[in-house]
Design a binder for this molecule. Structure first.
Ligand code: ZN
Length: 324
């Protein structure tokens, strides 16, 4: 989750981001908008796949689909009762969520539930993960489920991660967002959580500030970790540091969502520095619009091969590493 694009209740970070945004307004007034406002031309294959999958028509294993499709590593789906991460709700149901992905050309994705993210009890995050499992089953082949837990309830969390792995075939834990709960990543319970994720050969997806990212990378060298967002809450100070940090650790990946990808050149810097294999397309939808991220990738100075890798192939390769 990116709080720059986050919810009004998250005022601490939003306030700081607003200051940065206002500082840039003078520049924006002098120049036409650099970001295309229209939805980029969708890949025909993605369109067809999205439409078929929405009706449950695709049965092939998710990693065997054509690599030209767009595969989103970072999706927050609405809860069954209509809770959705959006400043003003326009996709309150899962069907609306899928329909919007169809519009943007996103053919596949990894989904976690807002119900888990907002859960105050183990029963709630467990129920949210079950909703995700039902959506994965209903839209067979289109989505992979991600398990979200709260390490403050460590016994239930460890059981739930194992259950999601063994019963539902989830290979992804997160996006874990410690500030929504809140907790610190330095607590012993988080260490136990990561040990469980690693033991079960799953991917850890964790939202961090720069210092937290450095701690987690140092602490858990055996974990396979996806970090959302090029930049963090102090984007200008930390965006290069974050990219450079991921570059030095081959067990780590960076997704394009939220902070920073829209700063022209940063995607190119990330691919150049990290290499073409560990930058993943992520949108942070339903908070942010996948179209803008896709447009930046498609209009970038990357080679066509690198664009394909970022949009889908890198995620498929990562999933193969964890047994999908
Ligand atoms: Zn997110």
């Amino acid at each position: 989750m990116s709080l720059f694009h986050g919810l009004p209740s998250h005022t601490r970070r939003l306030g700081r981001r607003t200051f940065v945004f206002l500082g840039g307004l003078g520049l924006l007034r002098k120049q036409p908008s650099a970001a295309p406002l229209s939805v980029p031309p969708a890949l025909p294959v993605s369109r067809r796949a999205g439409s078929q999958a929405a009706h449950g028509g695709l049965q092939s294993p998710i990693v065997n689909r054509q690599s030209s499709m767009i595969f989103d590593a970072h999706l927050h789906c609405p809860s069954a009762k209509g809770d959705v991460w959006q400043w003003h709700k326009v996709t309150p149901t899962f069907e609306a969520f899928v329909a919007y992905l169809d519009r943007t050309g996103v053919g596949r994705g990894i989904i976690n539930s807002v119900r888990c993210q907002e859960a105050k009890t183990p029963a709630e995050f467990i129920a949210g993960n079950r909703e995700v499992a039902r959506y994965v089953e209903k839209y067979k082949g289109r989505f992979l489920g991600a398990c979200v837990v709260n390490p403050l309830f460590i016994d239930e969390s460890l059981r739930e991660i194992e259950e999601c792995r063994k019963q539902f075939g989830f290979v992804w834990v997160g996006e874990l967002c410690n500030y929504t709960v809140p907790y610190e990543y330095t607590i012993k319970n988080f260490e136990l959580l990561v040990e469980q994720v690693t033991r079960l050969n799953m991917v850890l997806d964790v939202h961090t500030e720069q210092e937290e990212m450095a701690y987690i990378i140092e602490k858990f060298p055996k974990a396979t970790i996806v970090f959302p967002h090029f930049g963090d809450d102090r984007e200008y100070a930390n965006i290069f540091k974050r990219i450079d940090l991921v570059a030095r650790h081959p067990n780590c990946y960076l997704d394009t969502s939220g902070y920073g990808h829209d700063r022209v050149g940063m995607l190119e810097y990330a691919v150049k520095t990290i290499g073409p294999d560990r930058v993943l397309f992520g949108s942070d939808f339903s908070i942010n619009d996948p179209s803008t991220v896709i447009a930046r990738i498609q209009n970038s100075f990357l080679s066509e091969e690198e664009k394909k890798k970022v949009l889908a192939s890198n995620l498929m390769a990562l999933l193969k590493r964890v047994g999908v």
